[in-house]
Design a protein around this ligand. Structure first.
Ligand code: ATP
Ligand code: MG
Length: 409
């Protein structure tokens, strides 16, 4: 563990998927004038490892990402995004903050099963303290508030927010342990509605609509809530390799769309689960359209690697109405690009392995089950005023009419 950091131009990537022993994967280096991070596999990994993503096949070449401001292939999922970078900027004094440093400072609790080490001969992650427990939640929320307000944070409190740099995403978050299990916890940014509680209610509603969603809990914080989401990339004591749709589709040279992801599942999912996985993805897309979750971008979908090398969809996460009524999803939906309509969703049902009738049956089921969303949100404690804000969009003409078309009267 180092106390102060001298910028390095190379770091070492480790595999932490085998709980008994970290394994060296390769060497990370600065590329593109400091704007990107490359990977070269170590000989041992070439002999008995696996390709971390399709654009990182098991060869001895130097993989340099085509785009700037990212890391090669699946390594890109191991780095923080907006919130984590902000936390790192605040609390990790470093003469340089390239993507290599962001990768290092994300620490030992990062997403998936990759680790970043200062050393080639041992897994030596950046310092990390004990995982905060649920009892620290209110103090953690207060530190998050201070970070958002650019207020001073005493040294002793930093450990409460530093774990938030381990994961991606824009919203304020950290990590906690509850009943011995790892959860991430997401906080409000001071919006007018209680977004964390709405996220919890939406995830529960998604489950009742047949979407396999991550387990969440709403945790009271002040006059609102935080939402805790159980980590799906940990299978105590093992870690699961996770690849975002962003990385997977980019690696496959595909456009960023649901139909493309469904086709990718055809190649990577276990043979006897391809159909069910594709149908599940279709169901998620339909739910996102009807609930006005237009922030369903390609980092909000992930694939988890199984022990036999196949991949399955991770549970759904970050499913929350945007309360914006944009009318466009973040990923491609069908013939009409990203337009948020059920007709567009149905237009490429065959890419999801679905015959028209089967696809319509899924749409009908989701539409029927989510017709009672207001009651479901109320039962979760969402305030009437928040429901009214959301209803402007979810029950606005555009989405309600589409829902009603599939709901028998
Ligand atoms: N339950 C989970 N288990 C493991 N990793 C998760 C889980 N939920 C989210 N993640 C990871 O953390 C990242 C950030 O989480 P999430 O998308 O919920 O946050 P966010 O800040 O709201 O994101 P956005 O920037 O899309 O608004 C995800 O992209 C994913 O990589
Ligand atoms: Mg997200």
């Amino acid at each position: 563990m180092a106390d102060s950091y001298l910028p390095q131009d190379r770091l070492f990537l480790w595999w932490l998927g085998d709980a008994t022993q970290p394994r060296p994967v390769g060497e990370l280096g600065l590329a593109a004038g400091g704007r990107a991070v490359s990977l070269r596999y170590a000989p041992g990994w070439l002999r008995s490892g696996f390709a971390l993503s399709e654009d990182l096949p098991l060869t001895g070449e130097l993989f340099v990402p085509r785009d700037k401001d990212c890391a090669a292939g699946a390594v890109d999922d191991a780095r923080p995004n907006r919130w984590g970078e902000r936390v790192i900027r605040r609390f990790e004094p470093s003469p340089r903050l390239s993507i290599l440093e962001f990768l290092l400072f994300a620490g030992d609790e990062r997403y998936g099963a990759l680790g970043v080490s200062l050393r080639a001969d041992a897994y030596a992650p950046w310092r990390s303290g004990p995982m905060p427990a649920l009892g620290s939640l209110l103090e953690m929320a207060d530190v998050v508030r201070k970070v958002l307000a650019n207020e001073a944070v005493p040294e002793s409190q930093r450990r409460l927010v530093m774990p938030g740099a381990s994961l991606g995403g824009a919203r304020p978050k950290s990590l906690i342990t509850m009943e011995g299990e790892p959860w991430l916890v997401k906080f409000s940014e001071g919006e007018e509605i209680d977004t964390p509680l709405v996220e919890h209610a939406t995830m529960a509603l998604a489950c009742s609509c047949g979407v396999e969603a991550a387990t969440t809990q709403a945790l009271p914080v002040g006059s609102g809530h935080a939402v805790a989401v159980r980590r799906f990339d940990r299978a105590d004591p093992a870690r699961l390799h996770a690849v975002s749709a962003h990385v997977a589709l980019r690696a496959a040279g595909e456009a960023l769309g649901y139909p493309q992801l469904a086709q990718l599942l055809r190649r990577v999912a276990p043979a006897d689960e391809i159909r069910s996985q594709q149908a599940q993805l279709f169901r998620r897309m339909v739910f996102n359209i009807l609930i006005d979750n237009t922030d369903d971008h390609e980092k909000n979908h992930a694939l988890l690697r199984q022990a036999d090398g196949h991949y399955r969809l991770s549970p759904a996460f970050d499913v929350v109405p945007r309360a914006q009524g944009l009318g466009y999803q973040a990923m491609g939906v069908g013939d009409d690009a990203t337009v948020s309509t059920l007709a567009n969703a149905l237009s490429q049902a065959r890419q999801f392995g679905l015959k028209p009738q089967a696809a319509q049956a899924i749409v009908r089921e989701v539409a029927m089950r989510m017709a009672g969303w207001k009651e479901a949100f109320t039962a979760q404690g969402v305030q009437a005023r928040d429901i009214e804000v959301l209803a402007q969009y979810i029950d606005g003409d555009r989405l309600r009419r589409q829902r009603e078309e599939f709901t028998p009267r």
